[in-house]
Design a protein around this ligand. Structure first.
Ligand SMILES: [Zn+2]
Length: 510
């Protein structure tokens, strides 16, 4: 099993679908008793070709150089640009429970580990040229060789054209206009392509890795797997030049961050690469695994997305506690950071409820959770609660829709002026009830009785929504909020009494 990554920048959440699926496959294969190696190459011999980097200060001169030869953004973290980003994504992967064998291309090339494959490719350059033409309709000039050498004069790798392999050296020219994104220095000469002096081009490097590591399975994004695309080219080269069958593998569909219609929207609240640090790792894994790999994901983190995602995650945890062999239960298991996880805590505070608790100043979520569970929380339950508290804080700040947010206003809100006489009577009577019980179930029952006494009933029977709306309007200035009895018992009793007394007066001063 193999995958690879270019160490060129921060990892957006959309780039994690492949690694999470690959890791889930490795775990599943191992679970069936297969001895699987999971190899991940860090492509630090690739040239810097990013347009966005070119515009950054001090980067223009490095365009076309291999990533390992570009200075580190922070030398205290890593010695060069490639290692700086590699360090970050290796630790991100570890946090997500993805721990493949990492191999840096600089080590593979410099040690000569791929010299045999380089020689094979160079001797078969004409066959490879014909394959590129046949499968991708890309026509390279006669004499073209599928490698890039590192220019001895300027150190660039993306600007050189190599020709004329004689079995130990190639001729090369570092050309000023070979690519649009970098300028070569004009130097030319002959050199050995071995021991790190050159890298194979993308398709040929892919084949060399399959051959070197003996890859038999490779998962990949659909973008590489279209007809005539990169994978088709590599497959043909592997068959015709290396004489081997390419790896089998699943192809996953796209993960679109923000969705198509959100692509132009500026305010998503967090960038795709920030999200991987905001979401707990098991939620990120669950997000990647809950949708079948053959279906694309349009992910928009705004609004109610996160509460729904965590609710679904909780359903998968409950499924696991029931029958662990169902698909939903297996998804929960594969979403965990550990391949051999402890079962989920049976009590988990619902995400939306935690978000409500956080918005009521006098509430301590730990106490509230204990009351909801009707027993003290154990360590696992407390840890789970604290993860949810941190996540709910982010959600409230970045993505929660207005009607999910509330805060007790400092004084009677203007909206209270529109309360009806029945609603005012209701609030006066509820105010008188405060302090008589601390049990939310009993209080909820009393709220229903008082509402009926005040005539706040629906024609078809039951209590009118106007009753509870009166409570929310008096406290928040808007007609909805969390469960009323739990809310008013959680607040300071004096505040509730005086607020409901103010709201119940016939002429409201605002
Ligand atoms: Zn040069």
């Amino acid at each position: 099993m193999r995958d690879s990554k270019t160490p060129s920048g921060a990892v957006p959440i959309s780039a994690l679908r492949g690694p999470v699926i690959s890791d889930a496959l490795v775990r599943t294969f191992r679970g069936h008793g297969l001895d699987v190696r999971f190899v991940y190459t860090i492509d630090d011999y690739d040239p810097m070709d990013s347009q966005s980097m070119r515009l950054q200060e001090g980067m223009a001169e490095h365009m076309g150089k291999p990533f390992f030869a570009i200075p580190s953004p922070d030398p205290s973290v890593a010695s060069d640009f490639a290692e700086y980003h590699a360090t970050r994504f290796i630790s991100l992967f570890a946090r997500l429970g993805i721990v493949p064998e990492f191999h840096r291309m600089r080590d593979l090339y410099r040690s000569g580990a791929l010299d045999h494959q380089i020689d094979l490719v160079l001797r078969n350059a004409e066959t490879i040229r014909a394959i590129h033409k046949r499968i991708a309709h890309v026509e390279h000039a006669p004499g073209w060789l599928p490698i890039s050498v590192i220019c001895e004069n300027c150190g660039r790798i993306g600007t050189t054209l190599a020709t004329d392999y004689d079995g130990s050296t190639v001729a090369y020219a570092c050309m000023p206009a070979y690519v649009e994104w970098a300028q070569g220095c004009g130097h030319h000469g002959r050199m050995s392509p071995f021991k790190g002096n050159s890298k194979l081009l993308w398709n040929e490097q892919w084949c060399a890795q399959w051959d070197h590591f003996g890859v038999t399975y490779e998962e990949g994004g659909k973008d590489l797997l279209t007809a005539g695309g990169s994978r088709d080219r590599s497959n043909a080269i592997y068959r015709e030049v290396f004489g081997k069958e390419p790896p089998l593998g699943l192809a996953h569909e796209f993960f679109l961050f923000g969705g198509r219609k959100m692509a132009s929207s500026k305010n998503v609240g967090a960038k795709a690469y920030e999200l991987v640090n905001i979401y707990p790792p098991e939620i990120t894994r669950f997000l990647m695994l809950r949708t079948h790999p053959k279906r694309h994901i349009e992910f928009d983190p705004a609004g109610m997305t996160l509460p729904r995602l965590v609710d679904e995650y909780d359903r998968s945890a409950d499924a696991y506690l029931g029958d662990a062999s169902t698909d939903l239960a297996r998804t929960w298991r594969l979403a965990q950071v550990s391949p051999d996880p402890a079962p989920p805590p049976p009590y988990r505070a619902r995400f939306g409820t935690v978000a409500n608790w956080l918005q009521i100043p006098s509430i301590t979520p730990e106490k509230e959770a204990e009351r909801e569970k009707a027993a003290p929380l154990d360590d696992a339950e407390l840890r789970d609660l604290h993860v949810r508290i941190e996540l709910a804080k982010e959600w409230l700040e970045r993505w929660a829709p207005e009607d999910a947010k509330f805060a007790v206003t400092p004084s009677l809100p203007p909206a209270a002026a529109a309360l009806t006489p029945a609603q005012r009577r209701f609030l006066a009577n509820v105010g008188a009830e405060i302090g008589r019980t601390a049990d939310p179930e009993v209080m909820q029952e009393r709220l229903y009785e008082i509402a009926k006494e005040c005539g706040l009933v629906r024609a078809e029977g039951g209590v009118s929504r106007d009753a509870f709306a009166a409570i929310y309007i008096a406290l928040f200035g808007k007609p909805n909020g969390p469960r009323a009895a739990w809310l008013i018992l959680a607040l300071d009793p004096d505040l509730v009494r005086s607020r409901f007394a103010d709201a119940s007066r016939d002429s409201v001063k605002v």
